[in-house]
Design a protein around this ligand. Structure first.
Ligand code: AMP
Length: 208
């Protein structure tokens, strides 16, 4: 089962992906996570990617596509995967068509007003990647691995605004690009409420 998760920043795509992985056994491939791992090194690529991420812009398509290609060639992807944060441009989507045949696109949607508040409150575990909301989780350490939670640099208000603009200009056109393949779900409710219709939909999906 090969799934694309589409949606602007803060739509809880990562949280949804983790639930799909748990039930359907396909790995989550988050290009954001792959880039966050890359910037930990001190290579010229790391420096370049770091500056782009801090501004809320997009890493060039060639670099991004190459990283995804390498990742989906790995053994754990042979029965499928969930692409979380990729493709983010029409050019990336066209490249993806050359390397894999996607079964469905899940559009995670919620009104813009709640997003800035949600993203500003997001706390991430730098060790295991677990995501929390400071609105309902008051601890400063991760429940799973006890690492100290951080606020991602690109979850700060000035960067969020730019990320939302980048989404509107570059990524939102993918909704039309994928047309009938898109299954839309609202993430306005709890993560469980968001997941319920997605689970039913995936259980009934015919995979290629
Ligand atoms: P995310 O965690 O998905 O919000 O990604 C964090 C940042 O990584 C983005 O703001 C971009 O700078 C970069 N990034 C992630 N995925 C992509 C992609 N598909 N194309 C270009 N840049 C990306």
């Amino acid at each position: 089962m090969k799934i694309i998760l589409l949606g602007a920043p803060g739509r809880r795509k990562g949280t949804l992906a983790k639930k799909i992985t748990a039930d359907f056994g396909v790995p989550q491939i988050s290009t954001g996570d792959l880039f966050r791992a890359i910037v930990k090194d001190s290579t010229p690529l790391a420096e370049k990617v770091k500056a782009i991420m801090e501004s809320g812009g997009l890493v060039p398509d060639e670099v991004t596509v190459e990283i995804v290609k390498e990742r989906i060639a790995k053994d754990d992807c042979k029965n499928g995967f969930i692409l979380d944060g990729f493709p983010r441009t029409i050019a990336q989507a066209k490249e993806l068509e050359k390397i894999s045949q996607i079964d469905t696109v899940i559009l995670v949607d919620v009104p813009n007003e709640t997003i800035i508040e949600r993203l500003s409150a997001r706390r991430t575990c730098p060790n295991c990647g677990e995501i929390y909301s400071a609105l309902d989780y008051k601890e400063t350490t991760c429940k799973k691995c006890s690492a100290t939670l951080i606020q991602r640099d690109d979850d700060k208000p000035e960067t969020i605004k730019n990320r939302l603009e980048v989404y509107e200009n570059n990524t939102a056109p993918l909704i039309n690009f994928y047309g009938d393949m898109v299954f839309k779900v609202s993430s306005a409710g709890s993560p469980e409420e968001t997941y319920r219709p997605v689970k039913t939909f995936l259980e009934n999906l015919e995979v290629k």
